[in-house]
Write a protein that binds this ligand. Structure first.
Ligand SMILES: Cc1cc2nc3c(=O)[nH]c(=O)nc-3n(C[C@H](O)[C@H](O)[C@H](O)COP(=O)(O)OP(=O)(O)OC[C@H]3O[C@@H](n4cnc5c(N)ncnc54)[C@H](O)[C@@H]3O)c2cc1C
Length: 488
C-alpha cells in the first residue's frame, strides 16, 4: 500500500466511524465495505437457517461457491429444530427388512392424491426421487437414523425415518457442522427485509441489524429458505378464515416477510389457501403435548369418550372433524408402552403437561376418564372396542389393519388435549424443478431460488406427514447447487 492509499484508507475509516456513530451505517458496512452500498459481496446468499437453508448453503459450498447464510433469529434451526424430525423416503434397505413394500410410484401417488392433485406433479416427482438421495446425503455427512421406519400421523405409509438425535436437532447439527467446515459464513440476528434488483435480476438482499439497514451482494444468486408463515396470524386468517384464533406449532420466525418481498419482486404466490393443522394446544392454552406422533400408538376421543375418526385419516379431514366438535378439541390417549416409544422430548412434554394441566396420567381408564371429564363407561368401551379391532385387524372406523398393531392396555394411561394448531403452510413461492422462482409468465427470475416451506406447489392441498423435511432438504440441495452453478 502506498502512503497516499494508506492516508485515504485512514480518512475513510474516520468518516465511516463518524457515520456509524451517527447510526447511519450497519457495523459490517462501516468496517467491511467502507463507502460502497454493499456490506459484503459473496457468490451465494442463503436466507434462513433451517433444513432448506442449511442444505442449500452446504450444497452451494460443495459446488465451489462462497456462501453467506443469514438468519434473523439469534439461533439457527427454525421449524426444523422443533420438528418431530421424521423424514419420508423410499428406502429399500430399511423397509425390506420390515417387510414393507414401497416404491417411488406409490410415494408419488400418495403424495399427489392426498394433496387433492393440486400440487405441481413435476415438483412431486422431484420430491419422491430426491428424498432417498437426500437421506443418503445426510447419512454421508454423519447423520444417523433409526434402523426401522414407522407411519407417523398423516403419512399414510410406513416410510418415516426417525433420527437418533431427538426432534430435528440431528439435521441442524449435521448440516451446520458441514456448512462451517466448508467455510459458509453463518450470521444470526440478521433479518432480511427486501431483495435488491438490478435490471430484473436479483443481485442481493437488504437486511436489518439492530435497526440499521445492511446490503449484501450475491454474484451468483440468492436462495430464499425462510420457512412458512404459520406465526403470521393476519396472513393465516386472510388465507383461511376458518383458522381464526387458532394457536400455531411453528417457531417464532415463521412470519413470511421475505416470501411477501419476493412476491413484490414478481414471484407468483400459489396455494396460499392451503394451511395444515395438527393436534396441538386448544385456543388459549400454551403447552403442547404430542401423544399423537405414531398413528399405531394412539386413539382420539371426543368429549363423550367416543372415538369419532380413524386416527390415520388425512390431516385436513381430521382437522375439520376436530374443529367441528363443540369445544373444538379432542383428547389423544396412549398407554405407557405408547409413551415409552416416543422420544425423550415428547415424554418430557407429557410430564410437564401434567404440571400445566395439558396432560393427564392415571392407573386406570376409569380414573383417566374422571380426570378429563368424559363418561368412564364410554372411554372404557372405546378402548375395549379398539383393542378388539387390533386383535381382529378390523376397525369399525376404518383404520388401516397395517396400523392396528398396539392395544391400549398397559397402565399408566395418558391423555392430552388434541386441539388444532396451525402447523404447515402449503402455499408460497412458485418454483420449477430447479428451484428457480417463477414470474407471472412462468419464467425464472434471474438470480433467485427458493426451497422448503416458503415455496408452494410441492404438497398441494394437504401435505403428507414427513414430507416437509424431505422437501426442505431435497429442494435446498437443488437450489444451492443451481445457484452455485450460475455465472453472472
Ligand atoms: C412442531 C413441528 C413438527 C414438525 N414435524 C415434522 C416432521 O416430523 N417431519 C416433517 O417432514 N416435517 C415436520 N414439520 C414440518 C417441517 O419441520 C418444516 O416443513 C421444515 O422444517 C421447514 O424447513 P425450512 O428450512 O423450510 O424452514 P425452517 O426450518 O422454519 O427455517 C426457516 C428459517 O428462516 C428464518 N427466517 C425467517 N424469516 C427470515 C428473515 N426475514 N431473515 C432471515 N431469516 C429468516 C427462520 O427464523 C428460520 O430459522 C414439523 C413442523 C413443526 C412446526
Amino acid at each position: 500500500m502506498t502512503q497516499s492509499e494508506a492516508r485515504i484508507g485512514r480518512r475513510r475509516l474516520i468518516v465511516a466511524s463518524g457515520l456509524a456513530a451517527a447510526g447511519l451505517l450497519c457495523p459490517a458496512q462501516t468496517f467491511g465495505g467502507l463507502f460502497g452500498k454493499w456490506a459484503v459481496t459473496t457468490d451465494v446468499i442463503v436466507v434462513g437457517a433451517g433444513a432448506a437453508g442449511l442444505a442449500a448453503a452446504v450444497s452451494a459450498a460443495q459446488h465451489g461457491a462462497q456462501v453467506l447464510l443469514l438468519e434473523k433469529m439469534p439461533d439457527i434451526g427454525g421449524d426444523t429444530l422443533i420438528s418431530g424430525g421424521f423424514f419420508g423416503a423410499v428406502d429399500p434397505k430399511r423397509q425390506k427388512a420390515q417387510g414393507i413394500d414401497d416404491s417411488e410410484e406409490l410415494f408419488f401417488e400418495q403424495t399427489f392424491r392426498n394433496g387433492d392433485e393440486k400440487a405441481d406433479p413435476r415438483l412431486v416427482q422431484v420430491l419422491v426421487k430426491e428424498a432417498g438421495r437426500s437421506l443418503a446425503w445426510l447419512e454421508s455427512m454423519g447423520m444417523r437414523f433409526q434402523p426401522t421406519v414407522i407411519e407417523i400421523y398423516g403419512a399414510h405409509w410406513p416410510r418415516c425415518h426417525k433420527p437418533i438425535l431427538p426432534a430435528g436437532s440431528g439435521y441442524i447439527q449435521t448440516l451446520s457442522a458441514e456448512a462451517i467446515q466448508k467455510g459458509v459464513d453463518i450470521r444470526t440476528s440478521v433479518k432480511v427485509a427486501n431483495l435488491e434488483l438490478e435490471r430484473d435480476r436479483v443481485v442481493g438482499v437488504a437486511a436489518e441489524i439492530e435497526g440499521k439497514t445492511c446490503f449484501y451482494r450475491a454474484r451468483k444468486g440468492v436462495v430464499i429458505a425462510t420457512g412458512g408463515f404459520g406465526q403470521n396470524r393476519e396472513l393465516v386468517e386472510a388465507s383461511d378464515p376458518l383458522l381464526r384464533g387458532l394457536t400455531s406449532t411453528s417457531a417464532p420466525g415463521a412470519t413470511g416477510e421475505v416470501m411477501l418481498a419476493a412476491a413484490q419482486a414478481g414471484v407468483v404466490l400459489r396455494d396460499m389457501q392451503y394451511i395444515q393443522c395438527m393436534p396441538g394446544c386448544p385456543a388459549g392454552r400454551r403447552h403442547r403435548v404430542r401423544l399423537h406422533n405414531d398413528v399405531a400408538r394412539f386413539i382420539l376421543v371426543d368429549e363423550h369418550g367416543n372415538r369419532f375418526v380413524r386416527e390415520d385419516e388425512r390431516r385436513d379431514v381430521l382437522c375439520r372433524k376436530v374443529l367441528a366438535l363443540p369445544r373444538k378439541y379432542a383428547y389423544s390417549i396412549v398407554d405407557s408402552d405408547g409413551l415409552d416409544s416416543y422420544n425423550i422430548l415428547v415424554q418430557k412434554e407429557a410430564w410437564q403437561g401434567i404440571e400445566t394441566g395439558d396432560a393427564w396420567k392415571a392407573d386406570t381408564l376409569e380414573e383417566l376418564a374422571s380426570k378429563i371429564e368424559v363418561p368412564a363407561e364410554a372411554l372404557i368401551a372405546s378402548v375395549k372396542t379398539y383393542n378388539q379391532a387390533v386383535e381382529d385387524k378390523n376397525d369399525v372406523l376404518g383404520k388401516s389393519p397395517r396400523e392396528l398393531r398396539f392395544k391400549i392396555q398397559t397402565p399408566p394411561f395418558w391423555a392430552c388435549y388434541a386441539g388444532m394448531s396451525v402447523h404447515y403452510t402449503m402455499g408460497g413461492l412458485t418454483i420449477n424443478e430447479k428451484a428457480q422462482c417463477l414470474n407471472t409468465e412462468n419464467q425464472p427470475i434471474a438470480g433467485l431460488w427458493a426451497a422448503g416451506e416458503v415455496t408452494g406447489g410441492v404438497h398441494g392441498a394437504n401435505r403428507l406427514g414427513a414430507n416437509g423435511l424431505a422437501d426442505a432438504v431435497s429442494f435446498g440441495r437443488i437450489a444451492g447447487r443451481e445457484a452455485a452453478g450460475q455465472n453472472t
